[in-house]
Design a protein around this ligand. Sequence first.
Ligand code: PMP
Length: 340
Amino acid sequence: MTVARSVLDTIGNTPLIRLREASEATGCTILGKAEFLNPGQSVKDRAALWIVRDAERRGLLQPGGTIVEGTAGNTGIGLALVAGALGYRCVIVIPETQSQEKKDTLRFAGAQLVEVPAVPYRNPNNYVKVSERLAAQIAAEEPKGAIWANQFDNIANRQAHVETTGPEIWAATEGGVDAFICSVGTGGTLAGTGLYLKERNAGIRIGLADPPGSALYEYYSHGELRAEGGSVTEGIGQGRITANLEGAPVDMAFRIPDGESVALLFELLENEGLSLGGSSGVNVAGAIRMARELGPGHVIVTMLCDYGTRYASKLYNPDFLRSRSLPVPSWLEERSPISI
Ligand code: PMP
């Protein structure tokens, strides 16, 4: 029998899917790594598992211990599932302004929520800083231990991609991958996968796809962290060089406007059956730009980071799209297009 011993064995080993339209339009082979097939429906399950396993190895957690993180996103879902599988408690600190949809998703993944007022990062009561203090407090009081996952600066995050994402891409393309590109939240995916692939073959090109509002495009193009504007995409964009991003071997960077990434997202759904979150649109747009720069015949891999249903009230909501002056596909307006 080939069985998964727990849900943890189903994290990773995601397939590479050929993106037909992107490949045909560029003459390259553009492949998307189907991270929405992870049990928490996102790439962040990998980082969650590696952060928790690393803490266990360091003796910081015993069964019944607590994992704390400040996040409203996919990392919280990943941590909650990993905690459930391994017998830990998962406490997620989030700003109270987050949507009910996100709070419910976290709760139904098994997380206990601590809601705090939304204040900027420089304020000591910012949710990330509260999560760090809460972890230290629980660790001091609880004999079973507690950790602060600290996804931005805990390099167990990027190690997940050095040990899994990179080797999976190398194996699936039988060493034939020419380029890899993705966007950055913590930087774990880009740096970890990039470092692994460069070590296998220094000629593999690594690209950054950056949304407006993120400072990294300017950094990798001109050496200066500078951000402009904003984006509807969630989970990506960064204003600093996190510990995970340190030393990322970036060869090329592209700034992807929302109009371009969101239009692609709807095309991928309509024409290729792929329901995806906004960062995947930025990534595929980046892969297409990279293909045009490298020329036909290259194999380019990018990440399909999470599933579309997570964004029902935003990217897949006509009112939201209109409020941001983004195109609304006609099928999204039609609630019941077939009459019976
Ligand atoms: N896409 C989505 C939807 C995410 O939630 C994240 C993580 N915040 C990323 C992309 C970026 O991944 P990383 O943190 O590895 O840079």
